[in-house]
Write a protein that binds this ligand. Sequence first.
Ligand code: SAH
Length: 256
Amino acid sequence: MLDTANTQEQLQARVRVVLVDTSHAGNIGAAARAMKNMGLTRLYLVNPKQFPHADATARASGADDVLARVTVCTTLDEALVGCHLVMGASARLRNLSVPLLDPRQCAAKVLSEASGAGVECALVFGREHSGLTNDELGRCHHLVHIPTNPEYSSLNLAAAVQVLSYELRVATSSEQVEVAGENAEALASADDMERFYVHLQQTLETIGFLDPKNPRIMMQRLRRLFNRARPDEVEMNILRGILTAAQKAKHQSDPE
Ligand code: SAH
């Protein structure tokens, strides 16, 4: 069991908020404010249209320290390096191939994992106009939807950040959290998983299982399978070893 203060500190250190392709700098500032109110501090921006910007500073209104420590990235993969649990916030109930949670379930999951040794979690938010792409959702272990009026389901970006951060805060304050699997092997990180998917696709093409002209649907299905399995580092080494052995066997059986 952990005490609340410790859990809050761990959350600050281990939960990052990732905003993808944000158009309005004001939303970045408002998101920083929402995070700081709820005790989160690590903000990652993937290709922001305008940053730094006066509108961001104005809307942050006192959360300038969060803005000052922002990490700006060029790809979502870069923003997810070192993450083990990735939650994608979605205004629309699409791509139901990724398991769907509500904000409370999301908070419980993040909390139970972020209390485990060395586990990092990301909450990913999409573009104001079009949300997250299917490829981006394919990087997520779970999709999180904030229940809304079904005819008007899209919240302002910073409001969505507020709701998910608030639920994390409530979950931290109201529960004693079980430390997740302290003796378990470390989970494979998002970047380990991306390297694995590249290796998997190459191998499946080499052995003639995957049509290189049309790999998309099969790779999406395989991503869903392995993201659900959440392999640890030892299991990941075994999987990579299998792929290497399959490639070697194929090369050896090929005629000279
Ligand atoms: N028009 C976009 C919505 C963009 S809102 C669309 O239809 O997808 C910007 C971001 O805020 C979304 O990508 C999502 O990350 C978050 N967001 C907005 N409303 C949400 C909701 N009801 N549940 C979860 N996330 C939401």
